[in-house]
Design a protein around this ligand. Structure first.
Ligand SMILES: *[C@@H]1O[C@H](CO)[C@@H](O)[C@H](O)[C@H]1NC(C)=O
Ligand SMILES: *[C@@H]1O[C@H](CO)[C@@H](O)[C@H](O)[C@H]1NC(C)=O
Ligand SMILES: *[C@@H]1O[C@H](CO)[C@@H](O)[C@H](O)[C@H]1NC(C)=O
Length: 263
């Protein structure tokens, strides 16, 4: 009798997993990591990461967008916001944005299998270090981070075809591989000086790591380097050359005037 019950239970469990792997099942899985759940007032039911990512046939490549915190934090665009201190003196992730033939893939609907999962994403190593919410919010920084990641997942990541854990892990790996601050230092680009995006930055970097440079404006009205974006393969596992002509965005004189790189 006991073994029959055991077999029945096992088959019910395996049917559940078969269904949920296809994203058909909407049965919530209950985790009992109550300590972590308590940290987030409104976390959704945690799901195990999907075993196989859903199709990402639409993704042709990604943009890996890194922001320079000192520029973001003194940007006139965000003058109503206050950054957590100390302001990081290293590039931080802004996003990993799936691109399709028609441009950015946005606001995709996550399937049941790839819904944002606070508990699992929170455990991704180094995510809080490389992808922090720079601005202070109503909640403590760890929760503001999760809100930022959830926003980026809902707006961009859900279009990747990856599950949230893989998506964020890949972003961390790309960040680690690029080592952007060090890379720039190797080409004598260091904070505290002024550079013309072209030729000082874009033209000196190796072909594979050529960035698109986005400028911002500080509260004194001076232009500064705010973001560098890189082209990433459709599998989100490697940087690849930028092939489009657009190399700068919002920089004066098409990038040929020196702008700040503040510390
Ligand atoms: C989770 O654990 C708590 C106590 O640690 C218990 O009260 C609760 O019923 C458990 N929930 C589930 C879904 O197992
Ligand atoms: C929790 O989420 C629900 C549904 O998503 C929403 O209606 C509610 O306002 C949220 N509560 C808090 C405290 O954020
Ligand atoms: C990135 O690389 C792909 C080739 O895989 C290319 O089609 C795309 O235009 C590139 N993106 C940019 C911004 O250059």
């Amino acid at each position: 009798m006991a073994s029959l019950r055991c077999i029945l239970l096992l088959s019910v469990i395996s049917i559940f997993f078969l269904l949920s792997a296809d994203g058909i099942s909407t049965v919530p899985q209950h985790s009992n990591d109550s300590k972590v759940t308590m940290m987030f007032s409104n976390s959704s039911q945690p799901n195990a990461p999907a075993k196989t990512p859903s199709s990402n046939n639409d993704v042709t490549h990604y943009l890996l967008v890194l922001q320079w915190p000192p520029s973001v934090c003194n940007s006139v665009k965000y003058s109503g916001k206050i950054c957590n201190t100390p302001i990081p003196q290293d590039f931080k992730l802004h996003g990993l944005w799936p691109q399709g033939k028609a441009g950015s893939l946005l606001d995709c609907v996550p399937s049941a299998a790839n819904k944002f999962n606070t508990i699992e994403v929170f455990k991704v190593t180094k995510l809080a270090t490389v992808w922090p919410q720079l601005f202070k919010g109503e909640n403590k920084p760890s929760i503001e981070n999760v809100n930022f990641w959830r926003h980026e997942w809902d707006k961009h990541g859900a279009c990747s075809g990856l599950n949230p854990v893989d998506y964020f892990k890949k972003a961390v790996n790309l960040y680690d591989t690029l080592k952007l601050k060090l890379l720039l230092e190797n080409y004598n680009v260091q904070p505290g000086n002024m550079y013309a995006p072209r030729p000082d930055i874009i033209d000196v970097l190796p072909r594979k790591q050529k960035p698109k440079v986005t400028c911002g404006v500080n509260i004194k009205g001076q232009f500064q380097i705010q973001e560098l974006s890189f082209n990433v393969t459709a599998a989100a596992d490697n940087i690849q050359p930028i092939t489009l002509a657009i190399k700068v965005s919002d920089c004066p004189n098409r990038g040929y005037n020196p702008v700040g790189f503040p510390n």
